[in-house]
Design a protein around this ligand. Structure first.
Ligand code: PMP
Length: 354
């Protein structure tokens, strides 16, 4: 029986990617060895890094001014690495969700943070467009998709200040002018790969301006010089991301995936809006196409709804522990069929309990 996987991360990956990576663990490229048994400095593995780097650049339409890194420590380490490398004195941040708030907390340890907008008091249900980025900021940090609450930035500001963006939960889900960003980071375990690897995409000319002594692992320049193998990287996750990026190209690239993602999200939001029993609390223009959060209007029905979807082989629909309710994460690899299936369950629930 098919399992409908709405997990927020680690989350659903394309079936063929999982199959091929499983095969590589048994016998990598017909070498008779497991991918987990070869050296990260071997020619075979260097080719994987090279190929994955090219795929990222091609899919995002980025030129050689950008470096692509595959690091560890999750997006959480980037909350510190970004200010370590880029903050001279002060940086501007948008506080649009729990992860953005964590990024701010780390940056405050290393310099002054100017918060240009905070949605915290409104439970992060809305992202303002009315903020001004002072020209003298070292960088401007934003989170393109707020995984926990389910909001997404649809436009990004025009500014001469370098833009740094946490794209952990919507990277490779839509077409953007990626060269408007000076630095993008994303932990892999949502749209790209298994957990344990973070992609960092950065414009090389933003580095080297600070006269700071940075611990080696925290220094982007050292990672660029070492082609992401300063130390032993997460070989499995990098290989897995190469396969997912190939899958993305085979799907037709980001414009096609964006249309599919918009379609899936619209189906689900339309159902939530018309169903008498559910509600979504996000301002319509900020609704995420990746993480759709919703709540039962009558909390007393929770046990009944939970019983119903769990019985139907739906997994990962529980809301984040901070918020409760429900969250359907509908990343690239989540099929239209799974979204339709969830909608049918919601309709049936309405018929029974409305
Ligand atoms: N930023 C965002 C937007 C996230 O969704 C997450 C993880 N859910 C993180 C940062 C933290 O990522 P990690 O657990 O890989 O450090």
């Amino acid at each position: 029986m098919k399992i409908h996987n709405f997990n927020a991360g680690p989350s659903v990956l394309p079936k063929e990617v999982v199959r091929k990576s499983a095969q590589s663990v048994i016998n990598f490229n017909d070498t008779g060895l497991s991918l987990l048994e070869i050296s990260h400095r071997s020619q075979d593995f260097l080719e994987i890094i090279e190929k994955t780097t090219c795929l990222v650049k091609r899919i995002m339409n980025l030129n050689d001014e950008y470096a692509i890194l595959f690091l560890q420590g999750g997006a959480t380490l980037q909350f510190s690495m970004v200010p370590y490398n880029l903050m001279h004195k002060k940086a501007a941040y948008l506080d649009t969700g729990f992860w953005a708030y964590n990024a701010i907390k780390e940056a405050k340890k290393l310099g002054k943070v100017k918060i240009l907008f905070s949605g915290r008091k409104n439970n992060y249900t809305y992202i303002s467009k009315n903020y001004h980025i002072p020209y003298d900021m070292d960088y401007f940090h934003c989170t393109s998709n707020n995984t926990i609450v389910g909001t997404q930035m649809k436009i990004f500001p025009k500014t001469s200040v370098p833009i740094v963006c946490d794209m952990s939960s919507d990277i490779f889900s839509r077409k953007l002018d990626f060269d408007q960003f000076s630095l993008i980071y994303a932990s892999a375990q949502k749209n790209v790969s298994s957990a344990g690897m973070t992609i960092v995409i950065l414009k090389k000319d933003i580095l080297g301006k600070l006269k700071k002594n940075i611990p080696s692992y925290m220094d982007y320049k050292i990672h660029i010089q070492n082609n992401s193998i300063l130390n032993t990287p997460n070989v499995f996750s990098i290989y897995n991301s190469m396969l997912t990026l190939e899958w993305i190209e085979n799907q037709g690239g980001l414009s096609i995936l964006e249309k599919k993602n918009q379609h899936k999200a619209k189906l689900l939001y339309d159902e939530i809006d018309q169903n008498n029993l559910f509600e979504n609390k996000i301002h319509k223009e900020n609704r995420s196409n990746m993480n759709v959060s919703f709540f039962l209007k009558n909390k007393n029905l929770e046990k009944k709804f939970n019983k119903m979807w769990k019985k139907e082989n739906i997994v990962g629909l529980d809301g984040h522990r901070y918020l409760g309710g429900y969250r359907a994460s509908i990343y690239n690899a989540l099929s239209n069929e799974s979204v339709q299936f969830l909608i049918e369950i919601m309709k049936e629930f309405e018929r029974k309990f409305s």
